[in-house]
Design a protein around this ligand. Structure first.
Ligand SMILES: C[S@@+](CC[C@H](N)C(=O)[O-])C[C@H]1O[C@@H](n2cnc3c(N)ncnc32)[C@H](O)[C@@H]1O
Length: 190
């Protein structure tokens, strides 16, 4: 994985490493192949907890194997459910929530994240967040439905009360227009 400015995943990890505390709780809203869950579990440490959501068993199985190989499976709760229902499983407060949107690499493209459920999940994530905590999203616009999802997330994020949340957006200026976009939301307080 590139560790430069051209890697949206790396950028998001930089932003979240400041907010995930050892022993804290965090959420991976889109487990996929488990790379983000593994990263969050490393930050949370042996006394921390990561709740990792996906609607596909294939994704959860990949994530489980990755965690077992790294000896971190015991600090992660894998949840086969849509992230829009995360408040049924996580009581909060949480340090951080990561969304890596789109479809499972090498998997079934019909199980894609969608604007309405992503926005509902983002609203839940913001309610669960502790003061000073962060939500980070990697958003892809090049696939069918991706631009609509990006526009829905951007509209919701732009409308957040700036006394309660700070929101930034990162775009790569010298790459194709379909390069992923990063949005990070921080809850006020510390
Ligand atoms: C781009 S992948 C995630 C990549 C992953 N974070 C990684 O490190 O490999 C997006 C994932 O979101 C999942 N997904 C789609 N809709 C979802 C939903 N409503 N709730 C939770 N996961 C969902 C897909 O099944 C897919 O595995």
């Amino acid at each position: 994985m590139s560790r430069g400015l051209d890697s949206a995943v790396h950028l998001v990890q930089q932003f979240l490493s400041c907010s995930v505390q050892s022993g804290g709780t965090s959420v991976d809203a889109t487990a996929g192949r488990g790379n983000d869950t593994l990263f969050m579990a490393g930050l949370a440490g042996p006394d921390g907890r990561v709740f990792s959501f996906d609607i596909q068993e294939d994704a959860l199985q990949s994530t489980r194997l990755l965690l077992e190989d790294a000896g971190m499976a015991d600090r992660v709760t894998l949840v086969k459910a849509g992230h829009e229902d995360m408040e049924h499983y996580v009581s909060g407060p949480v340090d951080a929530v990561i969304f890596n949107l789109g479809y499972l690499p090498g998997g079934e493209h019909s199980f894609i994240t969608r604007p309405d459920t992503t926005v509902r999940a983002l609203q839940s994530a913001l309610r669960l967040l502790r003061p000073g905590g962060r939500v980070a999203l990697v958003i892809y616009t090049g696939h069918p439905g991706g631009m609509e999802e990006y526009e829905a997330v951007e509209k919701m994020s732009t409308g957040l009360d700036n006394a309660l949340f700070s929101v930034i957006k990162i775009v790569v200026l010298n790459r194709a227009a379909i390069a992923p976009v990063v949005i990070v939301v921080e809850k006020a307080g510390s």
